[in-house]
Design a protein around this ligand. Structure first.
Ligand SMILES: [Zn+2]
Length: 219
């Protein structure tokens, strides 16, 4: 149980982990984090002949893409349950389900504002289902790590941990006007970081460490 959770925490926004875990158990889904595939971000295979549902997701998606792609595939599962093979894979019925399933995450404030706006546009305003997520893809891309794995503070998930060049470890906390308040795990003091400071994210790369740190800070 704790293990499943720490694995999910490596890939998904922390605030979504509990609900994803619930869904995986409730719907009896095998989730596989797969190697990167060029042609797709993830896929869904229906539960047939007594096998569980299967969802796979590319390992190199950023946390937000991971969540959105998971829900995209989950909407295929719901569509399959409701309509069997008799529906358009990315048609209106599927998209309505996608929109419904995304709503709690959009409302929970776990997405940065630009992603939330684009999601809203894509899910609830645009009619076309196929190809119209290009703008959303572009916004999501900005949250990918830089070439060497570093990220700017602004693009780190809320309450995640990062390391700076002198080795100190911080936890990103709330934004104060422009800058982010961050708790130094070494001396337990708060520091302000520019949103554009380049840092090394550590959650997700060392899951044990990030799990302990996250737990401690929530106590
Ligand atoms: Zn799809």
């Amino acid at each position: 149980m704790a293990d499943d959770k720490s694995i999910l925490s490596k890939y998904f926004p922390e605030a979504a982990v509990e609900s994803i875990l619930f869904t995986l158990k409730d719907k009896n889904i095998i989730l596989r984090i797969s190697k990167a595939r060029r042609t797709k971000l993830g896929d869904y295979r229906p539960a047939l002949q007594g096998k569980p549902h299967r969802i796979s997701l590319n390992h190199d998606l950023n946390r937000y893409e991971m969540l959105i792609t998971f829900i995209h595939e989950l909407a295929h599962l719901y569509a399959f349950e409701q309509f069997g093979r008799h529906h358009q894979p990315h048609g209106t019925a599927w998209k309505n389900l996608f929109g419904k399933l995304m709503l709690p995450f959009i409302e929970s404030n776990l997405f940065p504002e630009d992603i939330r706006n684009e999601l809203h546009e894509y899910l609830y305003k645009s009619k076309a289902a196929n190809g119209s997520d290009l703008k959303l893809r572009r916004v999501l891309k900005a949250y990918n790590p830089l070439e060497d794995g570093s990220l700017i503070v602004e693009n780190l998930p809320a309450y995640s941990h990062f390391r700076i060049s002198d080795g100190r470890v911080f936890q990103k906390q709330e934004q104060r006007r422009k800058r982010f308040k961050c708790l130094c795990m070494n001396d337990k003091r708060y520091y302000l970081f520019s949103p554009l400071a380049v840092v090394e994210p550590i959650d997700g790369q060392d899951s044990n460490q990030s799990l302990y740190l996250t737990k401690k800070s929530l106590d």
